[in-house]
Design a protein around this ligand. Structure first.
Ligand code: CAA
Length: 390
């Protein structure tokens, strides 16, 4: 069908605090080049004691509601892999904080970092069925690994909110998609753990296999040839991974893999992830925001490739094209502000926040007031999370 469906508007939020990799390196004795060049990370967003996936998700979505209203939103899909409840969708707290109408379905989706792409594709299906409706897709995650583990340097946190509908002002999403699923144990988080477990080298290999597998299917489904793409947005567990992935794809396609070609294709998409860190489900869409907002080029109508990867694993390769006039719809100033306003932590303060966890006895535990963001987690009381708008 030729009805254009895609992302009408996109907004992201990140945390109150930031830890520079220089502070982590000074603490653990790592040569800083490993972080800055080897993995391509300069700092990581760290949530305040009163921030979580709900407060971040609501903060990301609030500007979309302010700009477009909520009359047409009949579905909220909340994608996360750092879920706060095994039963209730985090999206319901956001629905409440934003004052959305009761005539709405709300659900949480999980498949590691891939969840937001599933949400986006499901949203497109819903909009195709009822073109009058818009779907609010929220991707929100806090990436947490054990202290002093190799994964620690790839932590981060952010939320992206996207309004999906017909005649999108930002990005049209095309068919087909290339799909790839493989049962691998590269990264996982058992229900009893707050920090993820990972087999680092295995995870990189699994990601590269998934790039290849999803692009192969994309080609078989009649997708565009590689050379048509103006830029590539990869899932970025750390920004160097986008370079590795693109080099792998060029190799797979028998294309020239010189460093300049790789850099031209992915660099603009890494500008935000390199200072925010891994935001799991949000990461590839933070990459989209960075690409559109920091490239000097006008990408109107030009094919952008997306590679969404979620460990375990599922990957999807698809194409989006920026809509005419998209540059006037970007939230560049607000996004820069969200990154620049973070307060720098020293290593000891970061470590203390990392080690915080709520008691599980059902008592009343107010959280320290730390965030200056629009929403906060005020307390855990009787096993219930209590949120408030500031
Ligand atoms: N100067 C410059 N570069 C240096 C350096 C120095 N002084 N020292 C080391 N490096 C380079 C290394 O050569 C290496 O680069 P290459 O991979 O290009 O060779 C890079 O820095 C990292 O070094 P190591 O591989 O030795 O680092 P490590 O063993 O500490 O682990 C990691 C790195 C595996 C990424 C680890 O941080 C980790 O486990 N992270 C979490 C898992 C992850 O992000 N996996 C990604 C794929 S899975 C996924 O995408 C889903 C998801 O979101 C988790």
């Amino acid at each position: 069908s030729d009805i254009a469906i895609g992302i009408h508007d996109l907004s992201f939020a990140t945390t109150e605090f930031v830890l520079p990799h220089a502070a982590l390196a000074a603490y653990n004795g790592t040569e800083i080049g490993k972080y800055h060049l080897g993995i391509g990370q300069r700092s990581m967003s760290v949530p305040a004691a009163d921030e979580d996936i709900v407060t971040l998700g609501a903060a990301a979505a609030a500007p979309l509601i302010a700009a477009h209203g909520s009359d047409r939103i009949r579905t909220v899909v909340f994608a996360t892999e750092s879920s706060i409840d095994q039963a209730k969708s985090a999206g319901i707290y956001v629905h409440s904080l934003l004052g959305l109408a009761s005539a709405c379905r709300v659900v949480e989706l999980k498949q590691a970092c891939y969840g937001a792409t599933a949400a986006l594709q499901f949203a497109i299906g819903l909009v195709r069925r009822d073109p009058a409706q818009q779907v609010l897709v929220i991707a929100s995650d806090v990436s947490k690994y054990d202290l002093d583990s190799p994964g620690e340097a790839t932590q981060g946190a952010a939320a992206v909110a996207m309004l999906v509908g017909v005649d999108p002002a930002l990005l049209r999403i095309e068919e087909p998609s290339g799909l790839f699923t493989a049962d691998v144990m590269d990264f996982w988080r058992p229900n009893y753990r707050e920090a993820a477990l990972v087999d680092g080298q295995e995870s990189i290999a699994a990601y590269l296999q998934a790039v290849e597998g999803s692009f192969k299917d994309y080609t078989e489904q009649g997708g565009r040839p590689l050379e048509e793409f103006a830029a590539f947005c990869y899932h970025q567990p750390f920004t160097k991974m986008a370079y590795k992935a693109h080099r792998h794809l060029l190799n797979y396609c028998g294309a020239d893999t010189d460093a300049d070609a790789v850099e031209r294709a992915v660099k603009a998409s890494t500008a935000y992830n390199s200072v925010v860190g891994n935001s799991y489900t949000a990461s590839v869409y933070l990459g989209l925001a960075a690409l559109l907002e920091t490239t000097g080029e006008d990408l109107t109508g030009r094919p952008i490739a997306f590679l969404s990867y979620g460990s375990g694993s599922v990957a999807e390769f698809f194409c989006g094209t920026p809509a005419p006039g998209y540059r006037s719809r970007l939230r560049t100033a607000a996004h820069r502000e969200a990154i620049d306003r973070r307060t720098e932590l020293d290593y000891a303060a970061y470590r203390a926040l990392h080690q915080r966890s709520f008691p599980t006895d059902g008592g009343d535990y107010p959280t320290p007031a730390q965030t200056t963001g629009p929403f906060r987690l005020a307390a855990l009381n009787g096993h219930k999370r209590i949120y408030e708008a500031r």
